[in-house]
Design a protein. Sequence first.
Length: 119
Amino acid sequence: MVGAILSLSANALAVILVARFLDNLVVYSNWTAVGIFALIVGILNATVRPLVRALTAPIGCITLGLFSIAINGAMFWLATKVQFRDYYVHADFLGATITALVAGVLSGVLSALVRDRND
């Protein structure tokens, strides 16, 4: 449970950093929106992403796994489509793909730092 919360926090922090530095690609209304966005991305990655990866396995083999970048972008883009009244994160597909790529790297680094401290 603690690992899931730390992973979710790392994803939210990565999205905040990307939105801060790439402000022309990602727009968010407030901190709560980023937390909700990270939660939605986590749910999509746990439920929809395995199905999409299984259906697109031949494309992944042909592109030597690089198609997973497009899948990550699609998950981020789908998460931006879930909007609440006052909480939103907006990005087009290219912005979502770049955000997913940078946020994935940042999240991996942050998760590794947290994991090292807990061991």
